[in-house]
Design a protein around this ligand. Structure first.
Ligand code: PEP
Ligand code: MN
Length: 247
């Protein structure tokens, strides 16, 4: 398994959600070819509206396994519900806990016993203390592999989807040995901001970034506005690597 928190910047990329086998495999190959280290893709989606697409659910899990097989990329996917942890942990190399579930303590406890690294996203109004204590729910169960993810918090500012709190990165690093990554896509809500925020994340010491990529963002089922297309992602990775090399 690849490392997060070692040398260099880990790039996790893929669609917001698994829409179909074809789109997932196409995206997986495009992010692998561009140099991503991990494939992301939600099977179970925490959507603000119950009327929005909720993900393919269990049907997406074999597709993620196939994408992993095809590309060799380890898979990051979210467990939304404690009842799905076992099934998700079977295909996921890293199990994501979404922002809305950061304080779902039964879920965190279950993931502490699931034998997979956990990518824990900061809740939109969670303090760093609360994030660190949420991580402790996992580690207390004997699972030391938690990756913290800053993904934007809610502030009074309405010009972007969330406010990316980059100060969280160096401050978390003062307080924990756990790797810290940044998700600029969900913070920004639009793709133009993904690259500058990623560069800034790298500059403040993030161990990785998680970005949304879709082969046809205009027709994405969710979060198309913040998704890079395959070509855009390839250029993005090149520029990120260029900056890391000269830093
Ligand atoms: C996601 O990464 O797919 C997601 C839903 O993000 P968040 O939980 O940060 O909103
Ligand atoms: Mn999304």
């Amino acid at each position: 398994m690849r490392e997060i928190g070692g040398e260099g910047l880990t790039v996790i990329a893929g669609p917001c959600t698994v829409e179909s086998r074809e789109m997932l495999l196409e995206t997986a190959e495009c992010v692998r070819d561009a140099g991503a280290g991990f494939l992301r893709g939600g099977a179970f989606k925490p959507r603000t509206s119950p009327r929005s697409f909720q993900g393919l659910g269990h049907a997406a899990l074999p597709l993620l396994a196939e994408a992993r097989e095809l590309t060799g990329l380890p898979v990051v996917t979210e467990a939304l519900d404690v009842r799905d942890v076992e099934a998700v942990a079977e295909v996921a190399d890293v199990v994501q806990v979404g922002a809305r579930n950061m304080q779902n303590y039964p879920l965190l406890t279950e993931l502490g016993r699931a034998g997979r690294p956990v990518l824990l996203k900061r809740g939109i109004s969670a303090t760093l203390d609360e994030l660190l204590m949420a991580a402790e729910y996992v580690t207390t169960e004997g699972n030391p592999d938690v990756i913290l993810c800053e993904r934007g918090i809610r502030t009074f500012e309405t010009s972007y989807r969330f406010t990316l709190d980059l100060m969280a990165v160096p401050v978390l690093k003062e307080r924990t040995e756990l790797p810290v990554i940044v998700d600029p896509s969900h913070a920004a809500g639009r793709r133009e901001l993904v690259e500058p925020l990623s560069l800034a994340a790298a500059a403040v010491g993030a161990d990785g970034v998680m970005v949304e990529v879709h082969p046809d963002p205009d027709n994405a089922v969710c979060d198309g506005r913040q998704s890079l297309n395959c070509e855009g992602f390839a250029g993005y990775v090149n520029r990120l690597e260029g900056m890391m090399a000269t830093a």
